[in-house]
Design a protein around this ligand. Structure first.
Ligand code: C5P
Length: 228
């Protein structure tokens, strides 16, 4: 395990602002990004395209092991990475709420989580990594030097997600989104494998009453203090 490469993990429920903080921090530090949720989303999409039943665990594991996924730079600072499956740009498809629900179902399959572990770890490259997810600091990068658990009230998170999806031109109803986010959080927290919880050594941030700038500068101050 190479511990000289810095890893900052940012875990927490959906809509807490992890994605934006990850992007801003990575761009300021010149670090790589791991959007681990996108991997589960892409597996769901690939399974649907292949007509693979979500109950077919061995088929899903096989699919995940041979997954032809890549993240490519877009040059856009707000959305720096596009997501590709088998040479097709699926960035928009994977961001829908339905893709999130599919991802959450697949994420409770322990064999599948193990099957993508080395793919996730391969993102740890010099000069450093910011890893966004649910189990980055607890499981995948247990050795991370700086760990955050970013959360906010369910209402605030549903509203932020609603705005994000609307801005991307994705149509969704706020009450439906609120329910779906609540169900997804519950299943992420209650699953047996890698449940959503703060790492013992995580800095916990409740961003309900904070602006994204306030969260970012707080995160940055902790990172600078710990990594120099
Ligand atoms: O972060 P995002 O909303 O893209 O994640 C989609 C789903 O993937 C989450 O609700 C969660 O069930 C799952 N996930 C996970 N572990 C991660 C990242 C995402 O279980 N590290």
């Amino acid at each position: 395990m190479n511990n000289s490469i810095p890893v900052v993990s940012i875990d927490g429920p959906s809509g807490a602002g992890k994605g934006v903080i990850t992007q801003r921090l990575a761009s300021l530090k010149g670090y790589h990004i791991l959007d681990s949720g996108a991997i589960y989303r892409v597996i769901g999409l690939a399974a649907r395209k292949d007509g693979l039943d979500f109950k077919n665990q061995s088929g899903l594991v096989e699919l995940a092991q041979g997954l032809d996924i890549s993240f490519r730079g877009t040059g856009d600072s707000e959305n720096p990475l596009s997501v590709w499956l088998r040479d097709q740009d699926v960035t928009r498809e994977v961001r829908t709420n339905e893709a999130g629900v599919d991802a959450s179902k697949l994420a409770s399959i322990s064999e599948l989580r193990l099957a993508i572990r080395s793919l996730q770890r391969s993102f740890k490259r010099s000069p450093g990594l910011v890893a966004d997810g649910r189990d980055m600091g607890t499981v995948v990068f247990d050795e991370a030097q700086v760990k955050f658990f970013l959360t906010a009230s369910p209402e605030a998170r549903a509203e932020r997600r609603y705005k994000q999806l609307k801005d991307k031109g994705i149509d969704v109803s706020l009450p439906d989104l609120f329910l779906s986010i609540q169900n997804r959080d519950l299943s992420d927290m209650e699953r047996e494998i890698a449940p959503l919880e703060p790492a013992r050594d995580a800095v916990i941030i409740d961003s309900t009453a904070m602006t994204i700038d306030e969260v970012f500068y707080f995160v940055l101050s902790v990172v600078e203090e710990k990594l120099g």
